[in-house]
Design a protein around this ligand. Sequence first.
Ligand SMILES: NC(=O)c1ccc[n+]([C@@H]2O[C@H](COP(=O)([O-])OP(=O)(O)OC[C@H]3O[C@@H](n4cnc5c(N)ncnc54)[C@H](OP(=O)(O)O)[C@@H]3O)[C@@H](O)[C@H]2O)c1
Length: 319
Amino acid sequence: MEYRHLGRSGVRVGELSLGSWVTFHNQVNLDAAVEMMSAAREAGVNFFDNAEIYAKGESEKLMGTALKKLGWRRSSYLISTKLFWGLNDGVNEKNTLNRKYLLEAIDGSLKRLELDHVDLIYCHRPDPNTPVEETVWAMHTIIESGKAIYWGTSEWPAADIVAAIEVAERHHLHKPVMEQPQYNMFHRERFEVEYERLFREYGYGSTTWSPLASGLLTGKYNDGVPEGSRGSLPQYSRLLEKLTDRVLLEKVNKLTEIADDLGATTAQLAIAWLLKNPNVSTVITGASRVEQVHQNMKAVDIVEKLTPDVMEAIEKVIA
Ligand SMILES: NC(=O)c1ccc[n+]([C@@H]2O[C@H](COP(=O)([O-])OP(=O)(O)OC[C@H]3O[C@@H](n4cnc5c(N)ncnc54)[C@H](OP(=O)(O)O)[C@@H]3O)[C@@H](O)[C@H]2O)c1
């Protein structure tokens, strides 16, 4: 596995990482979590992604317990959490990046993770109702307190990220160093166009999500919604429209043909394609079972097969 700098920071992340959205607590129990995290680590993963809101705090608890069982040296891996949505309904406790919420929420996350710090902390969405100065100062305070090491944004408009960087520079505060955006073959505009200046001018890092568009880019939805898949989970029915979109499924079929020619799976092709982009610091993969982790980690071996001709063939399908 290649290790890439997280933007202009000194820390390096494996080009593939593993996240826990949907899966931990809902589909993955403690034994499976331990098995999957071990498989990822054996493949070279050093970053595991989490968020306060995942399974309403239960995902952090599960990852924390798994880490205890695994007993890895703390300095050998990175853990994240993300704050914004909140776990409580109070007026200052949800859909916010206010200072009070952030400073209290990080303590809750650390307690659930049973850690004294996370390595990466994200503002999980932008909050137009809190001045960016307040959020930047709060993130700076969290980092100075030792409860997190680097901070970043998730799905923020590029202009808001630039504003946050400028506030931090003006006041000599810790700057955000990475964004966590959705990026996959079917979701490209923001990463490739809107964020282009962030990567070029600010050397912003990126930890990208949903590399397989929730499983669509594996080909598993080509003949309907498989039982037990993400698309079959009632609480994620909002994903179904895209997972069963005829036009997208036709494209997936064509991608499968390209993958077959390379001796790869469609999932591996989709992940390797992301790794060709130098603005990606790490691709956060997701998996509901260990076999998927094994398969997805092998995507790193496919990257060299993505010659300019192959990239052009892919582009013709997904453009
Ligand atoms: N910042 C944000 O707002 C945000 C949002 C979403 C996600 N994320 C992060 O990004 C991570 C990855 O996102 P994601 O889970 O949506 O990634 P994804 O790769 O698009 O989807 C992962 C799902 O696809 C299926 N899958 C994966 N590999 C497969 C394979 N080889 N064969 C067949 N099916 C396979 C599994 O679902 P089934 O087996 O259940 O079908 C798996 O849970 C999350 O865990 C989270 O850490 C962040």
